[in-house]
Design a protein around this ligand. Structure first.
Ligand code: SAM
Ligand code: SF4
Length: 496
């Protein structure tokens, strides 16, 4: 590992000019008082108002903050049921019965920040610290791509000079370089999404150059005062605006897909949903592209982080369902990610309400995939997992409910990203490409990695898709079946 002067590294991280240029009279775009006022103003939305808002969502339009505030205040059972049915319809219209899966890959747990809620915080002296070398990363990927069958990763970095932009670039190159023999071909990661600390425009250009998919940074809380409490001012993460504007910088650097998120449980969940929507609207207004994905982790117990147990803002399961519905209706075309922090039961309900991506076979200990460590290693992982099912088990349970697990990464590789994919999603066209590619990649995965039990459940789901493709896309049916048969014979990576 190279010698590092951590103090001087920290001092040069934040580029003030890359914040100031976006500010409006010195203020950022999250006006706490305005968001709270809107929630209070719409305390009693009437039925007609909510029905009109639902109709707007069903036409796949982003909602205004006033409209989001109305939805947050719905408590009437029959209106909540209408919202639920609308979510199910939107999911069907924009994403059909597809779910995308991925695995998180934690590359290191060194961190110079001290977030109150995180097991990686620097003041957690009991954490066993480690950062993976390129060779160790490749070993992890060989398991993920070669044995389990993942095609997408979200790679997670702490904020530390030993995980700087050069490390990030090299680690991503190492991941893409792995090609592991499978039954019929090679297992490889085709899309590397990144969850990293806020970076400068120059650094983000480097990430673009190594071919990242989505750049994901969670604001954690949009509430300024809570943010200050959770992130000590002496740390880099203590700078709210540096974090808030990292997606502006990402778009300027040419990255097409960005992922927003909130760590629910730090402050009132209604406010946080307003914050997320305000962030998305700001990006749509400035760059014509909103968030590619939204994540909504709930606070999980973490080692030496008492706030994770005693926060008064912890979100109940029923509020969690409600916030998922409000987000689904507010940004109908945006991908929504739920992770293995949640239990299988919660995840299954959430999928119905509009989730588009989820992880499986998840391990978040450093080196945990290749070193065959237990699933939960609480001295070197960030928090405790709620769902430890394997990818095979998850896919089987989704197939039992009629879902196709898509391993498609074609949209990204054909340039269907950013503004272009937003347009395709809003008009329902991306859904067509995706349906074809979802079936083809699902077939690949079943032939290469599935257990016999999972294959049995999945075959009828695929049969049903044939009929739908034949009816809805008759012009491409012959080519689709040709690709399908070639995949059955062992060809790989055929896509539309
Ligand atoms: N270090 C980077 C950062 O903070 O932006 C990225 C990696 S961090 C390991 C990924 C995310 O994990 C954080 O943004 C936070 O939302 C989430 N997280 C941290 N502690 C958590 C906890 N106790 N329960 C659930 N999620 C947590
Ligand atoms: Fe570090 Fe991120 Fe954990 Fe904060 S959330 S302590 S920045 S790893």
């Amino acid at each position: 590992m190279k010698a590092i002067d951590t103090e001087s590294w920290i001092k040069q991280r934040i580029k003030r000019d890359q914040i100031d240029k976006y500010l409006n009279n010195g203020n950022d775009f999250i006006d706490d008082r305005e968001l709270i006022n809107l929630i209070n103003k719409h305390k009693n939305p009437d039925v007609k108002q909510i029905e009109d808002i639902i109709a707007k969502s069903l036409a796949v339009n982003t909602l205004s903050l006033e409209e989001v505030a109305c939805l947050l205040n719905v408590n009437d059972k029959s209106l909540l049921e209408k919202m639920k049915q609308a979510c199910i319809k939107i999911k069907k219209k924009v994403y059909d019965n597809r779910i995308v899966t991925f695995a998180p890959l934690y590359l290191g747990n060194y961190c110079i920040n001290d977030c109150l809620y995180c097991g990686f915080k620097k003041s957690n002296l009991q954490a066993k610290r480690r950062v993976l070398s390129s060779e160790e990363i490749k070993k992890e990927v060989k398991v993920l791509a070669g044995k389990i069958g993942h095609k997408r990763l979200i790679v997670v970095y702490g904020e530390h000079p030993n995980q700087d932009i050069d490390y990030m670039s090299e680690s991503i190159k190492a991941i893409y370089s792995v090609e592991e023999k499978t039954k019929h071909g090679t297992g490889a990661i085709r899309r590397v999404n990144v969850n990293a600390p806020p970076l400068s425009i120059e650094e983000l250009k480097k990430l673009k150059d190594v071919g990242i998919g989505t750049y994901q940074v969670f604001q954690e809380t949009y509430h300024h005062d809570t943010y200050k409490i959770m992130h000590p001012a002496s740390t880099i993460k203590g700078d709210y605006a540096w974090r808030l504007y990292c997606m502006h910088r990402a778009f300027e650097a040419g990255i097409d897909d960005v992922g927003l998120g909130v760590l629910f449980g730090l402050y009132d969940w209604r406010f946080e949903v307003m914050g997320l929507c305000a962030h998305n609207l700001e990006l749509e207004k400035r760059f014509n592209i909103g968030a590619h994905t939204i994540s909504f982790p709930r606070l999980e117990p973490a080692h030496n982080a008492p706030i994770t147990i005693n926060s008064k803002f912890k979100v109940t399961d029923s509020d969690f369902n409600k916030l998922i519905m409000v987000i689904r209706l507010s940004v109908p075309h945006t991908g929504m990610i739920i992770t293995a922090r949640e239990t299988s039961l919660i995840r299954e309900e959430a999928v119905e309400l509009g989730i588009t991506q989820t992880d499986a076979s998840t391990k978040i200990g450093i080196g945990a995939y290749s070193e065959n460590k237990g699933i939960q290693q609480d001295d070197c992982q960030q928090f405790i997992l709620g769902d430890t099912r394997s990818l095979d088990e998850l896919i089987r349970s989704l197939a039992e409910k009629g879902y196709i697990t898509s391993f498609c990464t074609a949209g990204y590789r054909c340039g269907r990203t950013g503004e272009c994919i937003m347009g395709l999603l809003k008009t329902g066209q991306e859904g067509k490409f995706c349906k074809l590619n979802a079936v083809l990649t699902f077939r690949e995965w079943l032939d290469d990695f599935a257990s016999e039990q999972t294959k049995l459940v999945a075959e009828p789901v695929i049969e049903k898709e044939f009929n739908e493709v034949k009816q809805t896309m008759p012009k491409v049916f012959a080519q689709f079946m040709d690709y399908y048969q070639r995949i059955r014979k062992g060809e790989r990576d055929l896509y539309f």
